[in-house]
Design a protein around this ligand. Structure first.
Ligand code: SAH
Ligand code: SF4
Length: 359
């Protein structure tokens, strides 16, 4: 919602084609106009009424009173040596989030990492976002707006610029903002919009069980990544405080339900610190994932303000080797964008992308 001259206006990027149809009908505007608006905004990236010229001046003038392009805007960008880019995005109320673009040189495909909240209330110990606290949820339009703005910026240099994969792995916990996140998924998936397949999207959660259950119930083909980090409740309670609410047994049960319902594997993220990169954790993980279709991503902890300590390379290799020996599919995640603080857990609300834009 947008507060302007006493009238509450809807953010146009949050509106589905159906809701635009309803709005058009209420203003005696033909239904096909809704399609024009939706395609204009989501496929062609219009960021103002003037950028949908096919609409006609009368319809535009009428709709201006109800719908607004709610200023999601890239205010700064930084490019890493490894081609990862980080965008500082400002929102209508002045809040800021970060969005990361990860091009794959080998395939030419691009993955965008989206924020779902301003800050995060979970407070994981090694995560910069979590350590900064929580400000507010993002709306569906603000989530999709990150994709639309990055495409806009990309198309300036390359008219064929496309996003292939979407991961909800930026700032915030997606399943503490489930309604808006799932609406954003619908908007990104819409045939007349960007038409990004659900299987090309992944939601990463710290283990909010109702969100996982929802995907299972709907047999949603969207990918699921679970940030596990430790296989012992006493350790996980401390590292990922959400564990106190949804302990490991309950979390793993929900993951198994998701696998059974969707026939999709779950990706488990293991951030490895000196404390957790141990044989004890590796064996516990092997036991936890027995008989389950899964993939483990090992992520040596990235430097954050608090600076959790990285394990030695040999310890990480040994952790990986133990999993492989037990036939648990696993990989070591390649570091991306560490030099510009765009890697996992390095996204911040304050001082983000500060300093000279490294373009
Ligand atoms: N809140 C969600 C999604 C955003 S965090 C979640 O926790 O899954 C995205 C990923 O970054 C998670 O796997 C998270 O655990 C990881 N992460 C956080 N801080 C990190 C750090 N300092 N180094 C490496 N990964 C980190
Ligand atoms: Fe929030 Fe995820 Fe960071 Fe934990 S790791 S504080 S859940 S953003």
């Amino acid at each position: 919602m947008h507060q302007g001259e006493g009238i509450k206006k809807l953010d146009i990027r949050s509106c589905s084609e159906e809701s635009l149809e309803t709005i058009c009908r209420e203003h005696s505007i033909a239904g096909f106009r809704a399609r024009q608006i939706f395609t204009g905004v989501h496929r062609h990236g219009a960021a103002s009424w003037d950028e949908i010229p096919s609409l006609g001046a009368d319809a535009r003038d009428m709709l201006r009173n109800v719908l607004v392009f709610d200023g999601v805007e890239i205010v700064r960008e930084k490019h890493s040596r490894d081609t990862t880019a980080k965008y500082l995005v400002s929102l209508a109320d002045g809040e800021r989030v970060e969005t990361v673009l990860i091009p794959d040189a080998a395939t030419g495909r691009r993955t965008i990492c989206l924020s779902t909240q301003v800050g995060c209330p979970v407070g994981c110990t090694f995560c910069s976002t979590g350590q900064e606290g929580f400000r507010r949820d993002l709306s569906a339009g603000e989530i999709v707006g990150q994709v639309l703005e990055v495409i806009r910026a990309g198309r300036m240099g390359d008219t064929g610029f496309k996003i292939n994969n979407v991961v909800f792995m930026g700032m915030g916990e997606p399943f503490l903002n489930t309604t808006e996140v799932m609406e954003a998924v619908e908007l990104l998936n819409a045939e007349r919009g960007l038409n990004i397949g659900r299987r090309k999207m992944t939601i990463s959660t710290c283990g909010v069980v109702p969100g996982i259950r929802l995907l299972a119930e709907r047999r949603d083909q969207i990918g699921l990544a679970v940030s596990l980090h430790s296989c012992f409740d006493e350790t996980r309670d401390r590292l990922v405080p959400m564990n106190k609410k949804y302990p490991l047994a309950e979390l793993m049960k929900a993951c198994r339900e998701y696998c059974a319902a969707t026939h999709r594997r779950v990706t488990f993220e293991m951030v490895l610190t000196r404390e957790t990169c141990t044989d004890r954790e590796a064996y516990a993980l092997i036991k936890l994932l027995a008989g389950m279709i899964s993939h483990v991503n090992l992520i040596p902890v990235n430097p954050t303000l608090e600076g959790s300590e990285r394990p030695e390379k040999e310890r990480v290799s040994r952790f990986l080797a133990l999993l492989m020996k037990a036939r648990i599919p696993a990989s070591l995640r390649e570091e991306k964008g560490v030099d510009i603080e765009a890697a996992c857990g390095q996204l911040r609300r304050v001082a983000a992308c500060e300093g000279p834009a490294g373009i």
